[in-house]
Design a protein around this ligand. Structure first.
Ligand code: ATP
Ligand code: LTN
Length: 333
């Protein structure tokens, strides 16, 4: 055999806790697709993370399958990357327990997402919500991932993952690859159309564009997008957060630079600009929506993808888990 260089690994996942959004597409999935040719990629539907807040079981099951269809429709190719459902690989829960014993209470208490979610779900702050980042660390470290393509909001969790890995390696010797967050230049933090001070998020349907939204719905949301009382289409995050967000979306959708976009709309008001951004997003999403709808009609195919994905994922994950179990002193099974 010739000397083949081992491809670098990628791991990422999204919770099936709601519909995929334009934010998750621009912040994460777009990069997943771009990286699949050059790297060995593992992409997950993290249903175990989703139950850290209360879910309706029938909806959760349906959304996990829809999310797989949408992953493929976005351009992820099951021949090139591993696509699977987190709960189908028991190694995630097993490693998560072990890593939890190498994570400090204080570290988890500082996680911004925990602070936000425990405010949103004040009546149900579970241990699972608190230890969420440990399960995420297990996801990433099981596959020895070098890069983790996510939006800006997940940087803190990837950094914690690195700290846990480093601590474990320090005690037991080289065990885990130290992962790095891979965050896009344009679209790392898409803001809500209704409230551009907040991140676009599936928990706020009006300010949020969903991948599966019909064109008329997308156009309506963009026409209503909050801007300011000036006229100029200029990027200025501080003073013009709404317009700056729309410009970012426009550039991420069309591949144009901010300068090109500003020049294109120079002298034109928001009445021209907002529908143009809507149109760009509609055209970006159209083929994805249509293909996802078609795939949803082919349950047998989707099942074959996630079954095959789970087998391949388990094989990779088990290698790491066995090594870790041996290192911490468990008796071999
Ligand atoms: P929730 O409303 O439950 O917080 P969410 O809409 O923020 O969910 P996630 O499922 O948490 O979406 O995120 C999936 C991936 O997409 C993550 O990598 C995340 O960083 C990225 N992402 C989510 N929202 C945005 C956004 N508005 N801009 C850029 N990236 C985003
Ligand atoms: N916390 C992430 C989802 C997630 C993830 C992962 C992302 C769970 N495990 C591993 C990257 C790698 C979020 O979207 N909120």
């Amino acid at each position: 055999m010739e000397n083949q260089v081992q491809k670098k690994r990628i791991f990422s996942g999204i919770q099936p806790s709601g519909e995929l959004t334009l934010g998750s597409y621009m912040g994460a999935i777009k990069n997943w697709v771009a990286l699949q040719d050059e790297y060995e990629c593992v992409y997950c539907i993290v249903d175990m993370h989703a139950i850290t807040v209360r879910q309706n079981p029938a909806d959760l099951r349906r959304r996990a399958l829809e999310q797989l269809a949408q992953y493929i429709a976005c351009g992820l190719d099951p021949q090139k990357c591993i696509l699977f459902i987190q709960s189908h690989a028991p190694q995630h829960a097993e490693l998560s327990w072990i890593l939890g014993c190498y994570t400090q209470f204080g570290e988890l208490s500082r996680m911004t997402q925990f602070k936000q979610k425990s405010q949103q779900h004040a009546d149900n702050i579970t241990a699972g919500l608190f230890t969420y980042p440990v399960l995420m660390a297990a996801d990433i470290l099981l596959y020895q991932a070098d890069l983790v393509p996510v939006g800006e909001d997940q940087r803190q969790h990837v950094e914690l993952t690195r700290d846990i890995a480093q601590r474990f390696n320090g005690v037991y010797g080289e065990t885990f690859v130290l992962p790095e967050a891979f965050i896009p230049k344009m679209g790392a933090r898409v803001m809500s159309l209704g409230n551009p001070e907040n991140k676009m998020s599936k928990s706020d349907p009006e300010g949020c564009v969903f991948i599966m939204d019909q064109p008329e719905v997308i156009q309506r949301k963009f026409k209503r997008a909050v801007t300011d009382s000036e006229m100029a289409v200029k990027f200025d995050k501080e003073n013009k957060p709404g317009v700056s967000n729309l410009l970012t979306i426009y550039c991420a959708a069309t591949g144009k630079t901010l300068e090109e976009a500003e020049a294109e709309f120079a002298g034109q008001g928001y009445g021209v600009f907002k529908p143009a951004v809507g149109e760009a997003v509609i055209e970006l999403m159209r083929p994805i929506r249509e293909e996802a709808q078609r795939l949803m009609g082919d349950k047998a195919y989707l099942e074959s993808v996630y079954r095959d994905g789970a087998q391949r994922a388990q094989r990779m994950a088990q290698k790491t888990l066995s090594k870790v179990q041996r290192k911490v002193g468990f008796v071999a099974r």
